[in-house]
Design a protein around this ligand. Structure first.
Ligand code: C2E
Ligand code: CA
Ligand code: CA
Length: 592
């Protein structure tokens, strides 16, 4: 059998189902009571509150049935929602629409069915409240029908009030983000009137945090209340305000004949010029307004993020308000693609690998260590450089996993080379967040033990930026590596804040002079003097000095003469695949 026909307003009906009904198994006491009462009143073995979803019917509450859902095709309630009146089947085995229905021929063996549709104020049937018997029955009396109708109304009232509660932002009493999502879906469905979504970010989240810290939570709540009122006073007639995050409000308004109503946005920004007086304290805020025209297709995009990032841009650029610009978002889109792809790459295998760049002793020409550098081949974008994706990963928790992955691969590789009699170390690059707690060092220690690799074969490189947040903790973690016997190098040295006093206190063994100094050394007298000074100071602190980015023999000779211990750069060797490395080391040893 084909099942019940689909209502003509099925698309709108579905929208209401998703907005109003929770199709999950969280039980609701009121629904449970209603089905219990229904079963008892009608003296029926089965009573259900059934919601008809796209492909299935879902029971929000049930008596006498174990299944939580059945396919829509088999659903009696799918018939009940077709009309705004009760639907009865007195003996299903005698009804050609149901006689071969599996719910009739098999369990629970439905014979009698009476259902009243659950109808929204807009007249859309979401599902039904029904009584079912496994024996045939006569038609319900008018009194019984009216009783079933009342119970269905009660059910509908509960659905609406549950939803209303889920739609309110408690502290402000405004509609919340969930409600906005529903309303935007409806606004885009209406093609008569183009709407725009306006997001107002009233205060930077970091600033709100500062206010909570200094003036307390109560004060911050009072402040948000004042901001809400100030914003509400500017709203066009008929618009209502939503609160979509602790610092952001939103509203929908009609697009004017020539596009967005720009004077409205200027007005809002002007209204936020004067400080807000809150409990006698004036607070200066900086508002950012983001505008997103709700054209068709907008729902397929991440529309709320687009509107929010327009608001952020507006504040950052100081323009006050900004409309969503597709070009501006291309970079963000790429970041998003890269970040989600990276998380897959970590689990999929085959996309990430390490290449190794040799570093040699300038005195002997021997390879002292090789630096592990991450490479990623994205399935559609092709090779993506670490200079692009590592800073992105560092903004998220992904960097943790990525660093773990690098450490593990590098240690495994180093152990394999050691078994082949290698004498060089392997250096890995670590990020600031790898050093802000014990997790990374714990991991490295465990992996070293697992591969039985002597820690002295490993070196970590970190940049001075790691010291920005919590230098004591970073020092502590670096000290752990040192006490295992690992080398610790300060990477890109000379580009950070290069405070010589901190250098003395760090447990570092090595500095790697940044490439930007080394690459053009032969041309610039001032650069030369600077580099010589840095080398001298580092040597006086008994640090090993490495020159990075050596691209010519002339530069190589210069830095050797000035006392650099090691050199690394394209002139010596480019980063290479692991299985090419031993060959290179052998050839290099013969040449030097
Ligand atoms: P870095 O640690 O300073 O690594 C040196 C970078 O300079 C590498 O780029 C290397 O290929 C390049 N290079 C080496 N010699 C020369 C030269 O003579 N001339 C020029 N122009 N470039 C040279 P790469 O592999 O693209 O890595 C870029 C940065 O990405 C690295 O800079 C490092 O900060 C980061 N990175 C790479 N792998 C990892 C990793 O596994 N973990 C972390 N946290 N960062 C990594
Ligand atoms: Ca490095
Ligand atoms: Ca470097």
């Amino acid at each position: 059998m084909a099942g019940a026909p689909t209502p003509i307003n099925e698309a709108q009906r579905q929208l209401q189902v998703t907005q109003l009904c929770r199709l999950d198994s969280t039980p609701d006491d009121v629904f449970e009571q209603i089905v219990a009462m229904t079963a008892e009143y009608f003296n029926a073995p089965i009573a259900l509150i059934s919601i008809v979803d796209e492909q299935r019917q879902w029971f929000s509450a049930r008596v006498g049935l174990t299944a939580q859902e059945t396919p829509r095709r088999d659903s009696f309630c799918a018939y009940a929602i077709l009309a705004n009146e009760p639907f009865q089947v007195l003996d299903a085995t005698q009804d050609p629409r149901f006689s071969d229905n599996p719910l009739v021929t098999g369990q629970p063996g439905i014979r009698f069915y009476a259902g009243v549709p659950l109808v929204t104020p807009e007249g859309l049937g979401l599902g039904s409240l029904c009584v079912i018997d496994t024996k045939p029955r006569g038609a319900l009396s008018s009194h019984e029908l009216s009783m079933l109708g009342h119970l269905a109304k009660l059910t509908m009232a509960r659905i609406l009030s549950l939803r209303r509660a889920n739609f309110i932002d408690q502290p402000t009493g405004l509609f919340n983000r969930a409600r906005l999502e529903g309303d935007v879906a409806q606004a885009t469905a209406d093609d008569e009137q183009r709407m725009v979504l306006v997001v107002a970010d009233v205060i930077a989240p970091t600033r709100l945090n500062d206010i909570v810290r200094v003036l307390g939570y109560e004060f911050s709540q009072a402040l948000m209340h004042s901001m809400k009122e100030r914003l509400q006073a500017q709203l066009p007639e008929g618009s209502c305000l939503y609160r979509i995050s602790p610092t952001r409000f939103a509203f929908l308004t009609a697009e004017g004949p020539d596009g967005a109503p720009t004077s409205l946005y200027d007005q809002i920004i002007a209204a936020f010029e004067p400080s807000i007086q809150c409990n006698g304290i004036p607070v200066k805020t900086r508002i950012g307004v983001g505008v997103l025209p709700l054209q068709t297709g907008v729902l397929e995009q991440d529309w709320l993020r687009l509107a929010i990032s327009s608001a952020d841009d507006a504040r950052e650029c100081g323009t006050g308000w900004s409309a969503y610009e597709p070009q501006l978002d291309a970079a963000q889109q790429r970041s998003f693609t890269l970040l989600s792809g990276l998380s897959q790459a970590l689990h999929a295998g085959g996309q990430l690998r390490l290449v190794y760049q040799p570093r040699i002793s300038l005195a002997s020409g021997c390879c002292t260590s090789v630096e592990a550098l991450l490479r990623w081949t994205h399935p559609t974008l092709g090779p993506v450089g670490p200079a692009e994706f590592i800073p992105l990963a560092e903004k998220t928790a992904l960097i943790r996993e990525l660093s773990f992955w690098v450490a593990e691969r590098a240690i495994e590789q180093s152990a394999a080379w050691q078994r082949h009699g290698a004498t060089f170390k392997v250096a890995i690059n670590v990020s600031a967040s790898d050093l802000d707690g014990p997790a990374f060092a714990d991991h490295v220690t465990a992996v070293l033990a697992r591969y039985q690799l002597d820690p002295r074969n490993l070196e970590v490189e970190f940049t001075e930026s790691a010291l920005m947040v919590n230098p004591e903790e970073v020092s502590r973690q670096l000290q752990r590596f040192r006490s295992l016997g690992m080398e610790v190098a300060i990477d890109d040295f000379g580009t950070g804040y290069s405070n010589w006093t901190y250098l003395r206190d760090l447990p570092a063994t090595t500095v790697k002079l940044d490439q930007s100094f080394i690459r053009n050394l032969s041309d610039d007298e001032k650069d030369r003097r600077l580099v010589r000074t840095i080398i001298d100071l580092a040597k006086r602190l008994e640090l090993r000095v490495v020159a990075e980015g050596i691209e010519t023999q002339a530069v190589c000779d210069l830095v050797a003469e000035w006392g650099c211990d090691d050199g690394q750069g394209y002139h010596i060797a480019r980063p290479m695949e692991a299985d090419a490395l031993l060959g290179w080391v052998g050839d290099n040893a013969q040449a030097s």
